[in-house]
Design a protein around this ligand. Structure first.
Ligand code: TEU
Length: 536
């Protein structure tokens, strides 16, 4: 592995959900100026890049993931001048900027769709997936919407159905149309020309659907969408050549990066779409679906590592804007100690770590009543599924009203615990989760074994312990993580000379590192240790 620093390989990518990060103009919605005011915070935290969830004009049926103009900024977030300022202010601090491109579908308010639905012979008709009824009035096939109900919407005016895999206000584009393809590649170029460094591609493996629109076969599942095998509405063979074309374009602009949001993700699928000539990375969400048990994570990480051999580059994510926050998901307690174990893991695995705003202070999901729910699938399925608002609450900056996010009532409720859980308070507390993230990020940055090093799981550990070695040249780092709420007595690999072990980071600094005469370490509940064992 080359020793030169490559930001998307060695660095950390921090996802910002702009409407919840910082509201500089006090209208209740976060904005670009707000992000600019906190770039110093991000630089100090030590992240190498930020990914902005969509900031394009949008009717907000799916909070920005329904785009009505790909080449502008929604006035609620600011304008192009603010965007240019954000790029230069971020670059000034060595922070790269990534855009979220939502190219599987547009908003139904996008001028392309407005044209498309006008008449069957409109030049934009074929930009979307229009089909006549089957057998009189039935939809063209059995495809479903992820957000509930049929995937087809009948349009009275022209007497045909159009397909939408998400909301009916998010019609899917027809990527087989060369004009669509060309328009989308131009969207990439537009942002590259403005200085953007990379992209996150929303639902990229959904771009193409089966040309013959065959019915998906059934399978067992609860909701309509889950009762089908998605073999015809995603992952079609035309995708790989397109990814190759995207990669060539990115490479020709410099070292620009693309990570795909693998729809209906599996590790194999994520791997299939990433690597040379494809995307740089595709998310493997399996890690986010594990229970908080060392053995489960070990299996999942091992599988992802194996798949990425010999030359793949993994990425890891514990949080994003679609799933409950890890602190809530795993019911972390022990006063953020377990959140430190998760942080130590995320920041020492072999692969690019993705963080999500507020993760560094251990934000929890906010609980909302039925009337406060904003997310469409949450409204539809309440109380079975309450939607994704919980993990999208305003960032908790300080203990002022609205957590310092805004001076007015924000678009989504602030988590009531913000008075004791916020950035200001955690910066002042040397033992806080935030300061642990800062220390672990600094350590990672200064330790080549933790970025580029090889990865090897250690066997023979107690069941609550996940332990692994990262190694680069002569540097060897041992990471030991106690996932359990009890103590764990952990052996060293026999080649380690315990007398020359150096402590690099201890998530429970109050407990000194004690190696017993029989060469074992007793880990406290939820303790993470990062040790230099190079001198063994
Ligand atoms: O998500 C696609 C996706 O797979 C998720 O929608 C997932 O199925 C859903 O969150 C479960 O409720 C992307 C975006 O990340 C998401 O925010 C958008 O809503 C969606 O695409 C449509 O653009």
């Amino acid at each position: 592995m080359s020793d030169e620093y490559i930001w998307w390989r060695d660095g950390i990518i921090y996802q910002i959900y702009p409407r919840s990060f910082m509201d500089a103009n006090n209208d209740g919605v976060g904005d670009l100026k707000g992000i600019i005011t906190h770039l110093d915070y991000l630089a100090d935290l030590g992240v190498d890049a930020i990914w902005l969830s969509p900031v394009y004009p949008s009717p907000d049926k799916d909070f920005g993931y329904d785009v009505s103009n790909y080449v502008d900024i929604d006035p609620r977030f600011g304008n192009m001048a603010d965007f240019d300022e954000l790029i230069s202010a971020a670059h000034h601090r060595q922070i790269r900027v990534m855009m979220d491109l939502v190219l599987n579908h547009t908003s139904d308010q996008h001028p392309w769709f407005q044209q498309s639905r006008r008449s069957q012979d409109n030049p934009y008709r074929d930009w979307y997936l229009w089909r006549p009824c089957r057998g009189g009035s039935k939809p063209p096939n059995n495809w479903q919407s992820v957000f509930g109900g049929k995937g087809w919407e009948y349009d009275l005016k022209t007497g045909e159905y159009y397909f939408h895999i998400f909301l009916r206000e998010q019609p899917d584009l027809n990527w087989r149309n060369p004009e669509v393809r060309a328009a989308m590649l131009n969207v990439f170029r537009f942002w590259l020309d403005r200085g953007v460094d990379g992209f996150r591609l929303d639902v990229f493996n959904g771009y193409f659907k089966d040309a013959a629109l065959r019915d998906n076969p059934g399978r067992f599942g609860l909701r309509g969408f889950d009762r089908q095998q998605h073999i015809y509405d995603a992952d079609q063979p035309e995708l790989l050549p397109l990814l190759g074309e995207i990669r060539t374009m990115l490479d020709s602009h410099g070292s620009n990066y693309a990570v795909g949001e693998t729809f209906l993700s599996s590790p194999e699928k994520a791997l299939k779409y990433s690597g040379p000539g494809k995307l740089h990375a595709a998310f493997n969400f399996k890690v986010t679906q594990q229970r908080w048990q060392a053995a489960r994570f070990a299996r999942c990480i091992w599988e992802w590592e194996e798949l990425n051999q010999p030359d793949g580059w993994p990425s890891y994510v514990l949080n994003n804007h679609d799933i409950p926050r890890s602190t809530t998901r795993y019911h972390f307690d022990l006063a953020d100690r377990m959140a430190k174990v998760a942080a130590a893991m995320l920041l020492t695995l072999r692969g690019t770590p993705f963080m999500y705003y507020g993760e560094e202070i251990g934000m929890r999901d906010v609980r909302l009543s039925r009337t406060d729910i904003m997310d469409p699938p949450g409204k539809k399925y309440w109380p079975l599924y309450k939607g994704r608002d919980g993990c999208r609450a305003p960032m908790q900056w300080n203990d002022h009203p609205q957590a310092g996010f805004s001076t007015v009532k924000p678009w989504l409720k602030v988590h009531p615990e913000y008075r004791k859980r916020n950035v200001q308070q955690q910066l002042a507390d040397p033992d806080s989760l935030l300061n642990f993230y800062r220390a672990a990020i600094r350590l990672r940055r200064n330790t080549p074994a933790l970025t580029r090093g090889t990865f090897r799981l250690l066997e023979g550990m107690p069941s609550s312990v996940l332990a692994y070695i990262r190694e680069q040249n002569s540097q060897k780092v041992l990471v030991i993580l106690n996932f359990g709420t009890g103590r764990a007595v952990t052996p060293f690999p026999e080649w380690v000379n315990t007398r020359s072990v150096k402590l690099l980071l201890n998530s429970r600094a109050e407990n000194e590192l004690a190696i017993s005469p029989n060469e074992r370490i007793t880990l406290a509940p939820a303790q993470a240790l990062i040790l230099d064992v190079s001198q063994a």
